[in-house]
Design a protein around this ligand. Structure first.
Ligand code: SF4
Length: 374
């Protein structure tokens, strides 16, 4: 069985035409799936009779196609009112996290690309749980549609930004991720703007080099955390496979080919990587690259004993970067009370039995609380 959310528009059109329908039916079905986030296509009011008949026969249980419908297990709003975190159950019972950050006139979805993660970053709850499996394109698309549905039900403006910084390493699941983005940027559907999409990586060099050749202007964010190879390997074990010099060379190639600035993520861990010397080292490492550094005080997790850098030390770090003419931003730790660091919510719920999984389960079985007032 194939998920309809896994299909590009051209795939869907080819299938329908091969089944004797017309291209206009593909447009109508695509709109229902991607613009209206329809969870039930039977008796859809805009479908012409041939399409309605096709849907009724092809989407029967056990037939060729199904509709991706992740079940909302928990939906929690942070006390600051800006962050809403969903734990979604997929068709095989696995769970992933999706986050919506909603500000006035600006909203961002953060989605997962894998169940668990193989990269093993020591301070990350997802890294601590290990790798379970890759997500299919449809499962990435469905997370975004879920968030868009929430925004629409709140009469908010539609989704503006997308970051692939949830559970998993996006460039370790390259083909499914890039296909999902092609579906999500299709103007006949949700139509996200490619330049408002950020792909985050821990430094998977072959993936960065492939992305450098991609025609879409997606943004790249590289999790750096240290400019010293040994220290970085202690925090990010995957860097033993793709050492710092190779990573910086790949970033140079990416920047030259795409003419785009690269974001570097730096988790600030007290007494580990937050001294002025660390700041000088990263400024030296990134000199010559069009770079912007995001400084993020550590989100505490049970499996890591480190603590977040205090604000004065974070400001001093930033001052050193500024002096070296390296632009940076100190990011606030939004939604920490809803376990907004990736993997934390799934870890919290791992011991709680989840409902029976069904690919066709209604996404509205559990009610969604309203977005808190801003
Ligand atoms: S920080 Fe990202 S790449 Fe590292 S373990 Fe966590 S999810 Fe994986």
């Amino acid at each position: 069985m194939t998920s309809l959310h896994d299909l590009l528009f051209s795939d869907l059109e080819n299938i329908l035409v091969a089944d004797g329908l017309r291209p206009i039916h593909a447009q109508s079905l695509w709109r229902a799936i991607h613009r209206q986030s329809a969870s039930n296509l039977a008796d859809h009011p805009t479908f012409l009779p041939p399409l309605a008949r096709w849907v009724k026969s092809e989407l029967l249980p056990g037939n060729r196609f199904f509709l991706e419908a992740p079940l909302t297990i928990t939906d929690t709003a942070s006390s600051d009112g800006f962050t809403r975190k969903l734990l979604l159950q997929l068709a095989d019972g696995q769970t992933v996290e999706t986050v919506l950050m909603a500000y006035v006139g600006r909203s961002t979805a953060c989605v997962s690309t894998q169940v668990g993660c193989a990269m093993g970053c020591v301070f990350c709850a997802t890294g601590q749980m290990g790798f379970k499996r890759h997500l299919r394109s449809a499962e990435i698309v469905a997370q975004v549609l879920k968030v868009e549905h929430i925004l629409r039900s709140q009469n908010s403006t539609s989704l503006r930004n997308l970051v692939l910084m949830g559970m998993g390493e996006p460039l370790h699941n390259y083909d499914a991720v890039l296909k999902a983005l092609e579906i999500l940027t299709d103007h006949r559907g949700i139509g996200l703007t490619p330049s408002r999409i950020t792909i985050s990586t821990v430094g998977v060099v072959p993936g960065i080099l492939r992305l450098a050749e991609d025609p879409h202007p997606y943004n790249l964010a590289v999790s750096l955390h240290s400019a010293d190879p040994q220290e970085r390997a202690n925090l990010v074990p995957a860097s033993r496979r793709w050492p710092l010099p190779d990573l910086i060379n790949a970033c140079q190639t990416y920047a030259t080919r795409t003419k785009r600035r690269i974001f570097f993520e730096w988790t600030l861990i007290a007494g580990v990587n937050d001294s002025p010397k660390h700041a000088e080292a990263v400024a030296t490492l990134l000199s010559g690259l069009p770079a912007h550094v995001n400084l993020i005080p550590l989100n505490p997790t049970n499996g890591f004993t480190g603590s977040a850098t205090a604000t004065p030390a974070a400001r001093e770090f930033q001052r050193v970067l500024h002096q070296a003419k390296l632009p940076s931003t100190i990011r606030q730790r939004r939604g920490i009370d809803v376990a907004a660091g990736c993997g934390q919510l799934r870890t919290l719920h791992e011991k709680i039995p989840l409902p029976q999984s069904k690919a066709s389960a209604s996404p509205n079985l559990l009610s969604n609380p309203p977005l808190p007032s801003r």
